[in-house]
Design a protein around this ligand. Structure first.
Ligand code: TPP
Ligand code: SF4
Length: 292
């Protein structure tokens, strides 16, 4: 969901005073440029937009935008973003970070944000490596990938984050690439407009520790125009197929977490709470808190 700005802003108006300190050629520049363009296309009000990140090179992104920003803890952008959205559903909330941040230490949060259909966008800059800490393998690194931490090759299988997203109940699942900013801008725009949890795996090569740019440019294709985005099995097939199909793999409309809670609150009766507490106490529970 998006919140409009009272005045039309250009992509450059979403830049902060800080210049990105990423390495030359880092894919994150393309992702940031696409995000500026999407925010401008949607006319987002920077005062009602919050970008939340974890820790990593990619997680520095909120510093470079003129919106509100939260640079939180490693692996924790989603719980912070969920908290912001629950506290103020009117805000546009965009969580960002790396594949290590989101799918190693942060992986436990992902399926719950997805199944709850929290109305936020999660944009992962996927470089299949830990960039900030100098090139250790991440959950999306390839089997046998050589990196500073795996000179004999990675002994672990990669996690397929798109299949994970579909299985977890994400209601919008897409793949984009930092080197295809026009298409990535469109995807980010649609993801922010989507009502519910939208996940974008943005291929974003780390030119310093895992420079896959040329290889990935050869590997990308477009999701076929006849792909049915409402077909969950078809989305799995696409996610599990080799290569990188760019576009929307899956989309469905269903109530968001906020809507479900609002329905619940509407159902609750004023006298329910004392009755629940008495039942709890009668079963041996100890109630704590004011007035109980
Ligand atoms: C609790 C904790 N564990 C480990 C770290 C070290 N650390 C910082 S960033 C990072 C991984 C970054 O990789 P990724 O999220 O893929 O982002 P990138 O730098 O590639 O953009 C790690 C392991 C930390 N900061 N905090
Ligand atoms: S180390 Fe890699 S991910 Fe980090 S800024 Fe440099 S190129 Fe980008």
């Amino acid at each position: 969901m998006s919140t409009a700005s009272p005045v039309k802003l250009k992509p450059n108006d979403y830049k902060s005073e800080l210049k990105p300190i990423w390495c030359p050629g880092c894919g994150d520049f393309g992702v940031l440029a696409s995000l500026y363009r999407s925010m401008s296309e949607l006319g987002l009000d920077p005062a009602k937009t919050v970008i939340v990140s974890g820790i990593g090179c990619s997680s520095r992104l909120p510093h470079f935008a003129s919106t509100y920003g939260l640079h939180t803890l490693h692996g924790r952008p989603l719980p912070f973003a969920m908290g912001v959205k629950l506290a103020n559903p009117e805000l546009t909330v965009i969580a960002v970070g790396g594949d290590g941040d989101g799918f190693a230490i942060g992986a436990g949060h992902f399926p719950h944000a997805a199944r709850r259909n929290v109305d936020i966008t999660y944009l992962v800059m996927d470089n299949e490596i830990y960039g900030l800490t100098k090139g250790q393998v991440s959950p999306t690194s390839l089997f046998e990938q050589k990196a500073p931490s795996t000179p004999y090759g990675n002994p672990e299988q990669p996690l397929n984050t798109l299949a994970f997203a579909v299985a977890s109940g994400a209601s919008f699942v897409a793949r984009g690439a930092s080197f295809n900013t026009k298409a990535l801008t469109e995807l980010i725009t649609q993801a922010i407009e989507h009502k519910g949890f939208s996940y974008i795996d943005a291929l974003s090569p780390c030119t310093t520790f895992n420079n896959t740019q040329d290889e990935w440019k050869q590997m990308v294709t477009d999701v076929r125009p006849d792909h049915d985005v409402a077909d969950k099995v078809g989305a799995f097939e696409l996610a599990l197929r080799g290569g990188f199909a760019l576009g929307i793999l899956y989309r469905e409309e269903r109530p968001t977490q906020t809507e479900r809670y609002q329905q619940l609150i509407a159902k609750a009766k004023p006298n329910d709470l004392p009755t629940m507490i008495n039942t709890f106490k009668a079963r041996g529970g100890v109630a704590i808190g004011k007035g109980v």
